[in-house]
Design a protein around this ligand. Structure first.
Ligand code: N01
Length: 536
């Protein structure tokens, strides 16, 4: 690598989403020399790229924001589940409050990083040729930095615009009066489908697996209400850091769904349903994600609630089948607002790809086994190479002669989801084998992020220049994550939680369920002088 910048940074952060900017803010406060590099033109991480119509967060206010008082004190949301444009305005507000931008290099995609053993420094290269030197590398690439486009035959031959939801044009795209096709019915698909159905001349939805979407129960928020709610924010944020639930302030009944009467069960299911959001996922009974019989009961409730909204029984069989396609909640449920009603509209058609697969994408649209559907716009809501893709798309070379991508070819091993053996001085946040999607961006940024901040202070106090985990330790953590997974129904779904949405990707749980247990293990590690790490 050439073109070295003259000064060595203490820490270089990749990514200006929640995790990256929290690191920048805290490390800078503590006097570290630190910078962020981000491929985007602005702050926001996923909220910069995912600007498709309807993109919206699934954590309710105030769980998807920083707990920094100077930031929340004079910020008010307009909706309980804010949309991408409001989230972007929030990031601008954060920038105004914390003065982040001067230390961020935008439009700077990191393409490679190499550890220089002689100096215990990373050399980090950008697509424009610049190279940065840093003692510590802190990738905050998020879980969804690498989109996934299936290898559809003929995809390149489609003559109209074709957008993956994560690469929606920044200037927007008007679907009004168009013939729109959407492939994929995960969270992104659900959101774009709801919007397209309102304005497209024809909308065709290509579904492979039904999403078990939950009622969002969206609410408008005004300033007066939030002024009152803000009295509880300090307590809300304290709970967010310490609560037993992985899902913010949502707590499940400690009993099994099987241990109560049918009436009581229905009442608890119904109450959670009415609360909306993730309450029906995480806030009913303690064993929904661990006991197959309890899970079936939750599915049956969801199915009946959903089917009653769909007028055509054949369509209902595709969207909410009699038999669960996978245990309820083992794929991340999307939150929906009017998703199921969309399929009652005359301008909307649903193709069940299990019955009628895509044979080829043609110049004018999509050819399935039974029909040709002509389209003006093709939307790929086909997801992400989640957890690992954002990291492995960078050529990261540690000390073993193998890149991170090669190192993880047969599966991910990390210590605490933060460190990888053979990659000294690299501390990942919101990465694989940490809570990530069983937590959320700002929460992880603060609780996991603070652990990294303290670790760097520890190293500084002791004048240590190198921290590295061991292979034994990383294998141990992988075994532990596996054991946790085996105690749940999560491995039974072909989900991105399991890496199972990407053909050929090693199947393992990439998100650690249980924020509290995770943080306790982080705490003990630090308390025991960073057990499982070696220093120099
Ligand atoms: O991606 P997904 P996503 N042929 O992987 C289908 C977060 N997010 O972008 O289920 C046909 O969930 C695939 O089908 P199947 C959120 O955490 C959050 O929607 O594999 N179809 C599936 O339907 C979310 O969970 C928000 O059978 C194919 C879809 O594409 C995560 O990001 C908003 C296919 C992919 O769904 C990912 O969501 C948006 C093929 N070959 C996203 N390959 C919020 O609300 C894949 N599919 C915060």
């Amino acid at each position: 690598m050439n073109n070295l910048t003259d000064k060595v940074l203490d820490a270089l952060i990749i990514g200006a989403g929640f995790n990256g900017i929290y690191q920048l803010h805290r490390l800078r406060e503590l006097g570290f020399r630190v910078r962020i590099l981000d491929a985007a033109a602005d702050l926001g991480g996923v909220w910069y790229w995912n600007c498709y119509p309807g993109a919206r967060v699934d954590s309710h206010v105030p769980n998807y924001e920083f707990s920094i008082e100077a930031v929340w004190q004079d910020w008010n949301w307009t909706e309980k589940f804010p949309g991408w444009d409001e989230l972007r305005r929030y990031f601008t507000h954060v920038d105004e409050k914390l003065g982040l931008s001067p230390d961020i290099e935008f439009n700077s995609r990191v393409t490679r990083a190499e550890f220089d053993q002689s100096r215990n420094e990373w050399l980090v290269g950008c697509d424009d040729g610049r190279i940065f030197r840093t003692r510590f590398l802190i990738p905050c690439t998020g879980f969804a930095a690498k989109s996934y486009t299936p290898d559809f035959k003929g995809l390149d031959s489609f003559s109209g615009p074709c957008y993956h939801t994560a690469h929606w044009p920044q200037q927007g795209y008007d679907m009004t009066g168009q013939r729109v096709g959407v492939i994929g019915t995960g969270a992104s698909g659900v959101q774009v489908i709801q919007e397209a159905a309102n304005i497209a001349a024809e909308l065709t939805v290509f579904q492979r697996t039904p999403i078990l979407a939950l009622a969002m129960q969206q609410q408008q928020l005004d300033v007066a209400t939030q002024t009152v709610l803000k009295q509880d924010y300090p307590e809300n944020f304290r709970k967010r850091r310490t609560a037993g639930s992985s899902f913010f302030d949502i707590e499940a009944d400690k009993r099994s769904a099987l241990a109560v009467t049918e009436e009581e069960r229905e009442a608890i299911f119904e109450a959670a349903w009415q609360k909306g959001g993730f309450h029906f996922w995480a806030g009913t009974f303690s064993d929904i994600l661990t006991n197959a019989d309890s899970n079936q009961l939750a599915y049956a409730f969801w199915r009946e609630k959903t089917r009653m909204r769909i007028t055509n029984p054949a369509t209902a069989d595709i969207l909410a089948p009699r038999l669960a396609p996978h245990p309820f909640g083992t794929k991340r449920p999307s939150l929906e607002q009017w998703y199921y009603e969309v399929f009652n509209q005359d301008n909307v058609s649903l193709i069940d790809l299990r019955q009628d697969p895509i044979v080829q994408i043609t110049e004018h649209g999509i050819h399935t086994g039974s029909t040709q559907i002509d389209l003006d716009l093709l939307v790929l809501a086909t997801g992400f190479d989640a957890g690992t893709g954002g990291l492995t798309q960078i050529d990261i070379q540690g000390t073993t002669g193998k890149s991170l991508k090669e190192t993880w070819a047969d599966g991910v091993d990390t210590h605490l989801g933060i460190a990888v053996p053979g990659f000294p001085n690299m501390l990942m946040l919101y990465g694989p084998q940490s809570p990530t999607a069983f937590c959320n961006g700002p929460t992880c940024a603060e609780i996991q992020g603070e652990w990294v901040v303290e670790c760097l202070q520890y190293l500084r106090r002791r004048q240590l220049q190198r921290i590295e985990t061991t292979e034994d330790q990383a294998r141990h953590w992988t075994r532990h994550v596996q054991e946790v997974a085996d105690g749940t129904l999560l491995p039974l779904a072909d989900s991105w939680y399991m890496g199972a949405n990407i053909p050929g990707k090693h199947r393992q749980l990439l998100n650690y369920p249980g924020v509290q247990s995770y943080m306790e293990q982080c705490r003990l590690c630090a308390l025991n002088d960073y057990e499982g790490f070696r220093f120099a």
